[in-house]
Design a protein around this ligand. Structure first.
Ligand code: IMP
Ligand code: MG
Length: 175
């Protein structure tokens, strides 16, 4: 066991479960957007693993880009104050956008990101999240697709961090 793993209390979602759900989602996306101009937008940093695995399960041409948003310091409570620190192209006309995010928690981050992208006139916009934590929602936003719905616990791994650590775990664990 690595030292990072020794502090994780339990595995909530295994590597196998994640793999299976992503393969299924990639297949659905490939069918739904066949013949369309597709752009997958990941939100850094948390979504980098999810996006890397998801786009490799997409079998149609697709572009990939990343935005960065910050709302957490080293605490486990969202500040509600969301900053976009890296943005993508300003004209999205003709593009079918999939926002791929690691987790929908309070919804503050995704509300702001979604609003920003809708202003740029994409052909369509869909929100796909790996994890949905509905108990903590304060903003009015729902995912079009959530691969897993989880209870109100602070989770790490598969891109998600606590104080910048644990992103490299292959599974989702509870601290
Ligand atoms: P929001 O509260 O929905 O705005 O979520 C903001 C960000 O907080 C997410 O994009 C994640 O990066 C992070 N976050 C929320 N819940 C968790 C968690 O349980 N573990 C790790 N990061 C989280
Ligand atoms: Mg995030």
């Amino acid at each position: 066991m690595t030292s990072a793993e020794t502090e994780v209390k339990s595995v909530l979602i295994s590597e196998e479960e994640i793999k299976e759900a992503i393969a299924k989602t990639g297949k659905e996306i490939s069918e739904k957007y066949k013949g369309k101009k597709l752009l997958v937008v990941g939100i850094l940093k948390g979504s980098f693993v999810f996006v890397a695995d998801l786009v490799r399960e997409i079998t149609i041409p697709c572009e990939v880009d990343f935005m960065a948003a910050k709302s957490y310091g080293s605490s486990t409570v969202s500040s509600g104050d969301v900053n976009i620190t890296r943005d993508i192209a300003s004209d999205l006309s003709g593009y079918n956008i999939i926002i791929a995010e690691d987790i929908l928690d309070t919804g503050n981050t995704l509300s702001k990101v979604k609003r920003k992208l809708l202003e740029r006139n994409p052909e369509s916009l869909e929100l796909i999240v790996l994890l949905d934590k509905p108990d903590r929602r304060t903003a009015e936003i729902e995912a079009d697709k959530a691969l897993f719905t989880i209870p109100d616990a602070f989770v790490v791994g598969y891109g998600l961090d606590y104080d910048e650590k644990y992103r490299n775990l292959k599974y989702i664990g509870v601290l």
